[in-house]
Design a protein. Structure first.
Length: 205
């Protein structure tokens, strides 16, 4: 469950499913793109999938030059995951995800090109089952010397050019890149954050 793939210019959430339950180690063909686990996932990037090019970034609706809270919700019905919901909280204001008429449900993932394996290997039901079994939160910094993170923030995915994510270029622009994670919470839907105001934005893709 890639719950937060992001930098200051773009972000994505991407669940991935496997056809085998629990913790296991793949070998050989099992590890490849047509193996036991879905490599692409079902992505939701506000810039790419919701047409919201002025929503997330430096000085935008979700202003990444300032601290903000990322909220991810997993509503279920009769134990089956129905959707994955993303919200943000900044300066006490809850900001709904861009294009609120788009729901990241199974229909969304079934219609998304490149997410066929996600649906084939279990889709939202499989993802929900995996979440229910329990997961460990792990964080890492992606220093992409091969693809320069273009899949995340360049072309259709974001405003960056083809070389901004080159690890050799980054220090010439940002001498001391840093990210801080804090106040990580888990709980029932709506219990992990407080709001002073509620803001909803709409876009035309």
């Amino acid at each position: 469950m890639d719950i937060w793939e992001a930098n200051s210019r773009a972000n994505q959430i991407a669940p991935h499913t496997c056809s085998k339950d629990g913790l296991f180690r793949c070998t050989g063909e099992e590890c490849k793109s047509n193996g036991l686990c879905d490599k692409n996932g079902c992505g939701d990037n506000p810039y790419r999938h919701r047409g919201a090019k002025d929503f997330y970034g430096l000085g935008l609706k979700v202003d990444t030059s300032k601290p903000f809270t990322v909220v991810t919700q997993f509503p279920a019905k009769d134990g089956v995951l129905q959707a994955i919901v993303r919200k943000y909280v900044q300066n006490g204001v809850v900001i709904e995800n861009a294009a609120t008429n788009i729901t990241m449900d199974q229909a969304y993932c079934s219609a998304q090109g490149g997410a066929e394996m996600y649906s084939k290997l279990g889709g939202h039901k499989g993802m929900g089952d995996a979440l229910a079994r329990g997961m460990v939160l792990a964080m890492s910094i992606w220093w992409d010397e091969g693809g320069f993170m273009k899949w995340l923030d360049s072309g259709e995915a974001g405003p960056c050019n083809a070389t901004e994510g080159n690890p050799k270029v980054i220090p010439t622009i940002e001498k001391a890149p840093v990210v801080k994670f804090s106040q990580i919470k888990w709980g029932e839907i709506g219990s992990t954050f407080a709001e002073k105001n509620h803001t909803m934005y709409r876009w035309r893709a």
